[in-house]
Design a protein. Structure first.
Lengths: 236, 236
């Protein structure tokens, strides 16, 4: 954790009250005590630092000096075939850490039905992973994660509106064109499941304006492909 | 697994004998049977396909048609501060999958001493992770992994020889220059532990010709930074 993220309701008059996981991190991992400073941010707000003014076993009071804007978001919407639960958690962290603010988790023929039953898709579980990613990267803006359990109506009824005027690409091993680099436009990026989108799904995505691109001859796991794609698509 | 990798000693006269984990994968995950084909490669050799000619509960015989060269290696040597054991395994997989063939795992002030005790550093455990990465990416060439438990003698006595005429860079959040892109030269890339190299270590690396670069304002976990760096440094 490089930045502790606070919920708005824990802040009053520029003083934060911290308990639970965050208090434990503060005392056990960071080993801070009264008078110490730490990096802090308000979820969906600004960042800065705070001074611990009071510390008990149950709660810390922290006097805040916020006001620093979080880093710029990436101009991208990710359309991701729902990964297996364990990988889902890491990918949510990675996506949040890298500055993505809009994610659609969608169904695909190669997504196992059981993946939709995982408790890791509960809103509080998704938020937990996103916050871990933001705390790692030093950002405050929570990404929006949308679940779409039906591929066809999503593509036919909703995707055109999401794509808008953005550059729409599918990462697909074996595509002819390489992944573009250092784009300055808005991007919509579709990433298939392990094993890839099936041909019908690729056709549907092409039909609403997507273009297939590759990352080289190697087949990468989704959790490796995501940072590799984001890193090529936008300037550092 | 997109390619099953075979050890040379399991191949004789273009026929492979497969048992254990690989036999299980073949029958349980891929659900193959006699007469079926699968993608195969020989460790440090060529790739191609094989036909299952005999299948029992203990062993499969596979008739091989190899001869396809594996994909080009990345022209890079990675110098990586030893990550925590769980992350180490994933990073070894990622590095192998992305085509890195030379890795030095080194000590650094922020590497916990206990990390050097993990069984995941045993040669057979390292090889297992590397093979998983190669089988994912469809490659056959095993990377070389070198362990260096002392930072100073490594940098002073060995690193200059490793760097040679390559472009030597340290990935360091807060550096002034951004990560270069689409290089066609040989690269030596140093990556610190969580929390980064300490200033003394950065100084030592700069003194043997390294240059600091950043990946943007966000602080990424090592397992995210590695694919992000490799993806920017070299063309897709």
């Amino acid at each position: 954790m490089n930045l502790m993220l606070l919920k708005s309701d824990s802040i009053e008059n520029n003083v934060a009250k911290v308990s639970g996981r965050q208090l434990e991190h503060l005392t056990q991992v960071q080993r801070l005590t009264e008078g110490d400073f730490l990096n802090l941010g308000e979820i969906n707000g600004t960042m800065g630092r705070g001074k611990i003014t009071m510390l008990t076993d149950e709660q810390a009071s922290i006097s805040l000096e916020l006001g620093v804007q979080p880093p710029r978001a990436l101009p991208i919407t990710i359309i991701l075939a729902l990964p297996r639960p364990k990988m889902l958690r890491r990918i949510l962290q990675t996506i949040a850490a890298m500055g993505v603010k809009n994610i659609y988790l969608i169904n695909s023929s190669r997504v196992e039905k059981s993946f939709w039953q995982t408790p890791f898709l509960r809103p509080e579980s998704i938020e937990e992973q996103l916050i871990l990613g933001l705390e790692q990267a030093k950002d405050t803006i929570l990404p929006s994660v949308h679940l779409r359990k039906l591929f066809k109506p999503f593509v036919e009824d909703e995707l055109t509106g999401i794509v808008g005027k953005s550059r729409a690409i599918i990462a697909h091993p074996g595509a002819e064109k390489p992944c573009p680099i250092n784009l300055d436009s808005q991007v919509t990026l579709a990433i298939g499941p392990e094993g890839g989108f099936i041909p019908y799904e690729v056709e549907k995505l092409l039909s609403v304006g997507f273009d297939s691109i590759h990352l080289g001859p190697r087949i990468l796991r989704v959790e490796t492909a995501v940072p590799a794609l984001l890193s090529r698509l936008f300037p550092a």
